[in-house]
Design a binder for this molecule. Sequence first.
Ligand code: ZN
Length: 242
Amino acid sequence: MPQAHAPRPIAVCLLSGGMDSAVCAAEAQQAGFDVRALSFRYGQRHGVELEAASRVARALRISDHRVVGVDLAALGGSALTDDIAVPRDRDLEGAGVPVTYVPARNTLFLAVALGWAESLGARDLFLGVNRVDYSGYPDCRPEFLRAFEALASLATAAGSERGVRFRVHAPLIELSKREIVLRAAELGVDLSLTHTCYAPRLERGPVQACGRCDACRLRLKGFAEAGLSDPIAYVPPENERP
Ligand code: ZN
């Protein structure tokens, strides 16, 4: 009998449906991990994100994709879960935490990912935070990720009894949106499957991204700077409506 290959180590990867987490999951695979994907139904106003996450998981041939419900809308405080207007055409260099911040979201998501990882015997967590995020969102900063690793070792039986050191990988943390678009092309990630917009138009036919929320504008800027065109559909500008 030929010796079987050693199984690849398992990693739990947060998958939102956006392009950052799609590229992050592909990076984890490229690094040799058997990726399991985790998404959340957290009370976000649109289900299109989760549909995108499913498409990405299938395209990457991820064997196990779980969707966990956590109703953050019950708490409020974010334009992504409440009836607060999503800002449009905002100065992207503007300081401060944006209204699209969901209170303590990454702490909560990583905690659930940690629980799944421990039950799978895995010690590696991946999330797609990047240079753009950590300028505005406190739970995307490297200090936060290192602090979560320390917590993970204390919070789990694997860590406290068997000395397992969990790692939170953020392979995109130094990358701009331009670099993420280019990396997707290198890794063969199909960005037409992803969804980024905070305020999509859903009424008629296929989903159209607004092109004006922070997320759309950062995405479009990334594609433009990479010299590529974004394959997803956008709402046509009013004066160009056919
Ligand atoms: Zn948008």
